[in-house]
Design a protein around this ligand. Sequence first.
Ligand SMILES: Cc1cc2nc3c(=O)[nH]c(=O)nc-3n(C[C@H](O)[C@H](O)[C@H](O)COP(=O)(O)OP(=O)(O)OC[C@H]3O[C@@H](n4cnc5c(N)ncnc54)[C@H](O)[C@@H]3O)c2cc1C
Length: 293
Amino acid sequence: MSIFDGLEQIVETDYPLAKCTWYGLGGAADYFVRPKTVEQLKQVVQRCNENEIPIYVLGAGSNLLISDDGLRAAVIKLEAEKFAQTQFDGEQLTAWAGAELAKLVLTCVKKGLSGIEALTGIPGSVGGAVKMNAGGNFGDIGAAVETVTLMDSQGNIFEKSKPELMFDYRCTNITAKFILNAQLKLTAADPEQIMRTVKEIWIYKKNNQPLNTKNSGCIFKNPRGVSAGALIDRAGLKGLQIGGAVVSEKHANFIIAQKNCRSRDVMRLTDAIKERVKEQFDIELELEIEIWN
Ligand SMILES: Cc1cc2nc3c(=O)[nH]c(=O)nc-3n(C[C@H](O)[C@H](O)[C@H](O)COP(=O)(O)OP(=O)(O)OC[C@H]3O[C@@H](n4cnc5c(N)ncnc54)[C@H](O)[C@@H]3O)c2cc1C
């Protein structure tokens, strides 16, 4: 009997992950799994446990760098219809993990619901956004999330609500393997006013970020009270290149993957930046992107 007997429909083997990430980099996963139901997800988790296969949960791959050697693991993506649902009930929104954040922001604008417009211009899925507490100068998703439905690595499903559920700068205290959905509290507001905010944020991002390049957003978290981008800029590292990876001239906290870039180029460049910033300012930069290897 094979590991995923009976689940062949949702499991692919030796699956190239590069196309699943915004960087477009990385090798193949031994198993790539797209469950269609919560029950199937449970079965997959159980089979992985029985066979000691590590599990990675993939959102839209916009905050990830995956090793060129790929992963001896099962990468699970919650993108099937069941996992991408959104349900509105007055000012309450239940968004499943696979729902696309950008679309959801616009749906909320149209419905005249304020609360997540601060996430304009942030790519990704609801699951990834909640896990990372995605946000920025304009606010973060954690402010609107009240409750999350989670599944742990044994397949148990449970909820976690504020105040037990906590969000901080680019992190949460969610330790369960899977975020299945999130319940958000929004506020009724004038759609035109929300749209004005969306446009302002877009203009800001267009002016400050290297849009239309292959990148993964900010590489490093801002150390307390300082901008990582400003430190990298002051260290004279804009334009620094290793292999096909280059520090953006527009925003020093972005590393752009050029043609023929490999994941290892980005990794070596992040190491070089960390070293130079440490040398010059005695500050340890911490990665914001996640590296899977
Ligand atoms: C151009 C660009 C601009 C960006 N700007 C911003 C910004 O302004 N602010 C900001 O915060 N981020 C920004 N990012 C980073 C990224 O978009 C966010 O971190 C986003 O929330 C990641 O979501 P994702 O679905 O792509 O997650 P992924 O990158 O796929 O995964 C990120 C993490 O979330 C986990 N995860 C994903 N789904 C689930 C789930 N269902 N259950 C449990 N864990 C899960 C993954 O295991 C991983 O640990 C930017 C990225 C790009 C490419």
